[in-house]
Design a protein around this ligand. Structure first.
Ligand SMILES: Cc1cc2nc3c(=O)[nH]c(=O)nc-3n(C[C@H](O)[C@H](O)[C@H](O)COP(=O)(O)OP(=O)(O)OC[C@H]3O[C@@H](n4cnc5c(N)ncnc54)[C@H](O)[C@@H]3O)c2cc1C
Length: 461
């Protein structure tokens, strides 16, 4: 059946999830049939792909240019149960995918802290999850992808087919082309529950020691830290390790529907985050105290649902609005394992600054992959959410940037909105190799974003 290409366009003010640096662009919603024409029609400011806009900063914005959102086709997902792989359109979300996969006994290879991301966004940011220390990032599991280049040719690439272009696209923030679809490996599961081990730990040393000792025993591992605790409680936190539960771990009721899955979103705000307009040091200190005390000191084998363990924030629609009009930023970096002192200094500085930070995640990464701009690399990664535009915040973060870079670390492009081009150059030593590949496939810099201009990710003539 021949159907007409679907294209619609309107001017839109677009922001990342942090809402801190919006800009206006022509937002073009287009299916694969209409994409080549949409790319040929890009203006001098170029175009950039956008998924569900869950990056915190500006990679899916293109001020004064076009932003392209790929509408998935009706037959957007093909599961090969025998091979344990799925092929999905890049516009499909993990939310949609999980609803199909979990009841069939499969799980995505990597999930971030929200399931409202697209396959295109997952590959372009080479996202990591709580299993990075065991299974690496999303790109590690992709066997092939189809990419539309700036001249509208479509290429098939993978780790064994034009690996340079493949690894430049994994983590390439949409700047090598538009990913059309991808094939990736799945994790077989017996149940839709996660068996969770929780440990409440009184200070940073205890958190880091137990993470180092225990994370190789668990597929999933992450710690929440209280960054308002100081003195002997500095860096106190709650470590949660998890595994997909086996069928024989379920009680009789759950065993009747072992793969039941509901990815629900609540309308009201559960006590996961402080309410709107109350983000200040006192409210957040009280929240952190409650969150810390609410966790059991020690609990093993607690069965949690997939949304409760992986995506608790998704229970609250638009929770990013609690930060008000000025928005917020997420600051995420990684430092190598031998740089524990740098991590501690960053945490000390953040605690001393007494910022209202309630979402702080500490995790250990396993080795990185060949992705030129892929963020994860062996070491400790810390992510914090902070209200934007606070006085002294940019100076504080610039100071932290120096500590991170001097320690051999780097920043995550999907979260960034304030780092400098120099910081990215220092943190990503293979940047010039990536720029050369980008120049090969996009010499005129047709793919462009607010992030690419801000951080010098555009090849020079
Ligand atoms: C609550 C929350 C928790 C998060 N937790 C994590 C986490 O644990 N780990 C982690 O790694 N990240 C995490 N993130 C970040 C998120 O996973 C990434 O930013 C992801 O890229 C967002 O996907 P998206 O579809 O919304 O893409 P967008 O934000 O719309 O775009 C992100 C990048 O992908 C590119 N892109 C999108 N589609 C395509 C395509 N078809 N072809 C080429 N390029 C494309 C865009 O150009 C842009 O550069 C989290 C975000 C939120 C809001």
């Amino acid at each position: 059946m021949n159907t007409a290409p679907l294209v619609s366009a309107h001017r839109a003010l677009l922001a990342g999830w942090g809402k801190a640096t919006p800009s206006t662009a022509e937002l073009v919603e287009v299916d694969e049939a209409g994409l080549a024409d949409a790319v040929k029609a890009l203006p001098a400011r170029g175009g950039i792909a956008r998924g569900l806009g869950r990056s915190y900063g500006d990679p899916a914005q293109n001020s004064g240019g076009h932003v392209l959102r790929l509408v998935p086709s009706h037959d957007a997902v093909h599961i090969d149960d025998a091979a344990g792989v799925v092929t999905a359109s890049a516009g499909v979300s993990l939310d949609d995918l999980l609803a199909v996969l979990v009841p069939r006994g499969w799980f995505v290879p990597v999930t971030p802290g929200t399931r409202f991301v697209t396959i295109g966004g997952a590959i372009a940011s080479d996202i990591h999850g709580k299993n990075h220390h065991i299974e690496g990032s999303f790109g590690n599991h992709v066997t092939r992808l189809r990419l539309m280049l700036a001249d509208t040719t479509v290429v098939d690439v993978g780790p064994d087919r034009d690996p340079e272009l493949f690894w430049a696209t994994v983590g390439g923030m949409g700047l090598t082309g538009m990913i059309l679809d991808a094939t990736f490996r799945l994790i077989p599961i017996e149940t839709s529950r996660i068996s969770v081990q929780t440990r409440r730990l009184g200070n940073l040393d205890d958190v880091m020691a137990l993470m180092a000792e225990s994370d190789s025993d668990f597929r999933y591992s992450v710690a929440w830290l209280d960054l308002l605790a100081t003195g002997r409680h500095l860096g106190r936190g709650v470590l949660t390790n998890g595994e997909h539960a086996r069928h024989d771990e379920l009680d009789a009721r759950a065993a009747g529907a072992p793969l039941a899955y509901v990815g629900k979103q609540l309308v009201d705000m559960p006590p996961v985050v402080p309410g709107p307009g109350v983000i200040n040091r006192l409210s957040v200190a009280a929240f952190n105290e409650l969150w810390f005390r609410k966790a059991p000191a020690r609990r093993d084998g607690e069965l949690q649902s997939i949304p409760a363990y992986f995506h608790p924030l998704d229970l609250v629609g638009d929770w990013n609005r609690v930060y008000g009009r000025r928005g917020f930023l997420q600051y995420q970096f990684v430092v190598p394992f031998e740089a524990e002192a740098a991590l501690r200094t960053v945490i000390e500085r953040l605690a001393a600054a007494a910022l209202p930070i309630f979402l702080t995640v500490l995790k250990r990464f396993g080795p990185g992959n060949p992705g030129y701009l892929s963020f994860p690399t062996g070491g400790w990664t810390l992510a914090i959410d902070v209200p934007a535009n606070r006085s002294g915040l940019s100076e504080l973060l610039a100071g932290l940037d120096r500590i991170v870079l001097d320690a051999g670390g780097r920043h995550y492009l999907a979260k960034d909105f304030q780092t400098s081009a120099d910081a990215i150059r220092r943190g990503y030593p293979r940047l010039d190799e990536w720029l050369a590949i980008r120049k090969r496939v996009d010499p005129a810099g047709v793919w462009a974003s607010d992030l690419s201009r801000r951080l010098g990710l555009t090849p020079t003539a």
